[in-house]
Design a protein around this ligand. Structure first.
Ligand SMILES: [Zn+2]
Length: 342
C-alpha cells in the first residue's frame, strides 16, 4: 500500500512538471488508472541500471554514456531522453536502458547550397528542403542549426549507400554555402574553391557529430555519392583528402596500396578490357561493394558514367570525366581492400 501511495505521489509530481494545461487534464485520471495497474500486474524485478539519469530544465538526461563496446559497438546513448506521457499512466525507467539499441544517425551527408549566404538560409528554412546544419561562409565562428539531430531533415532525396536507402531517415545533413558550378563557354563545369576557414568549421562539426554517434569513415559521404545520377555536390573541389589527412575524417586510400594495384595493370590489355563486358561488370561490382547504389550490368550506361564521376569527384578530383581508367581502378581496389563491405 505504501508503495502504491509512493507511485501515485510520484506520478503526480511528474505530471506537475508539465504545463498548466496538462495538470488540469490529468489531475483526476491518473490515480485510479495507476492503482488498477498496481493491483492486477505482478511487477518484474528491476534490473540494475548501468546509467544514471539527471534532470535538467524539465528533461531527463543520461549522466554518463552507456556504451558497452563488447556487446555492441554502437550502444552509446547521448542527449535528452524523450518519453511518452500517456494519460493516466506513468513511464517507468527502472528497466532502461536496454543494451540492444543504437543510434538512428548512421550517416553524415555533405552538400553545397549553390546559393549565397542569405538565400541559403531562406531556402533551407522556408521551403521544402532543409538540413540539420548550415555552414556559412562569413568568416565568423557560427554554424547554424536548422533541424534537431533527432529529427529528419530533407536533404538527401532518393538515395542509397550499401544496404541503406532513402538516407534522410538515417543521416545528419550538412549544407555548406558555396556557389556551385558554372558552365564555361566550352560547356565545361567550373567548380569554385571552398574557403579554408569554412572548411575548418565543417571539419570541427563533422568530427563532433561522428564522435558522438560513432559514425564510421565509410558513412561520411558526399550527396553525389548517395545520389550519383542526380547530384554533383559538394563537387570535386571539396577537400576530402585534406579532411582525411588533417582531421581523420572520412575515407581515403593508402598511396602504397593504390600504387601496388596500379603497377599490376598492363596498359595494353587494360585499354582493351574497358570494352569487355566482364571487366565492366567487375568494376561495377567493385563500385557497388564500396557502397554506390549501382546495379552491375556489364554495360557502360548513364548510371555507370555518373557513378564513376561521383567516385572521381570524391577520390580522384583531378580528372572527373566519368570514364573508367587505370588510376581510378587502382584507387577503387585500394579503397575496397581498406574498407571491406561487411
Ligand atoms: Zn545536396
Amino acid at each position: 500500500m505504501r508503495n502504491s501511495l509512493y507511485f501515485i505521489g510520484l506520478s503526480f509530481v511528474l505530471f506537475s512538471c508539465g504545463s498548466q494545461k496538462n495538470i488540469q487534464k490529468n489531475s483526476t485520471a491518473p490515480q485510479t488508472a495507476v492503482q488498477n495497474v498496481k493491483t492486477t500486474v505482478k511487477k518484474p524485478t528491476p534490473v540494475q541500471s548501468n546509467s544514471e539519469i539527471k534532470k535538467e530544465g524539465g528533461y531527463d538526461f543520461y549522466k554518463i554514456n552507456i556504451a558497452d563496446a563488447s556487446k555492441n559497438d554502437n550502444t552509446i546513448s547521448y542527449g535528452s531522453i524523450v518519453s511518452a506521457n500517456p494519460s493516466g499512466y506513468k513511464i517507468v525507467k527502472t528497466f532502461f536502458p536496454a543494451v540492444a539499441q543504437n543510434f538512428r544517425q548512421k550517416y553524415i551527408i555533405l552538400h553545397y547550397t549553390a546559393l549565397d549566404d542569405d538565400k541559403s538560409v531562406t531556402v533551407l528554412t522556408q521551403q521544402s528542403v532543409s538540413a540539420h546544419y548550415l555552414v556559412n561562409n562569413l568568416g565568423d565562428k557560427e554554424i547554424y542549426q536548422l533541424v534537431d539531430e533527432n529529427k529528419r531533415s530533407y536533404h538527401a532525396g532518393i538515395s542509397a549507400w550499401r544496404n541503406d536507402k532513402m538516407l534522410n531517415d538515417t543521416s545528419i545533413g550538412i549544407e555548406i554555402v558555396n556557389a556551385g558550378y558554372k558552365t564555361d563557354a566550352s560547356g565545361n563545369r567550373v567548380f569554385p574553391e571552398f574557403d579554408d576557414a569554412q572548411m575548418k568549421k565543417v571539419a570541427a562539426l563533422v568530427k563532433d557529430i561522428a564522435d558522438r554517434y560513432m559514425i564510421p569513415p565509410t558513412n561520411i559521404l558526399a550527396h553525389s555519392d548517395i545520389a550519383p545520377t542526380r547530384k554533383q555536390d559538394p563537387g570535386p573541389k571539396f577537400p576530402w583528402k585534406k579532411l582525411y589527412d588533417e582531421y581523420q575524417i572520412g575515407m581515403w586510400y593508402d598511396e602504397a596500396v593504390k600504387q601496388g594495384f596500379y603497377d599490376e595493370i598492363v596498359p595494353e590489355t587494360f585499354a582493351a578490357s574497358l570494352a569487355d563486358a566482364q571487366f565492366i561488370f567487375k568494376y561495377q561490382t567493385a563500385l557497388k561493394t564500396l557502397g554506390y547504389g549501382l546495379e552491375p550490368s556489364g554495360m557502360v550506361d548513364d548510371a555507370t558514367k555518373k557513378t564513376i564521376e561521383a567516385f572521381q569527384f570524391h577520390f580522384r578530383p583531378e580528372n572527373y570525366d566519368g570514364m573508367m581508367d587505370a588510376e581510378t581502378w587502382a584507387i577503387l581496389q585500394a579503397l575496397n581492400s581498406k574498407y571491406p563491405n561487411k
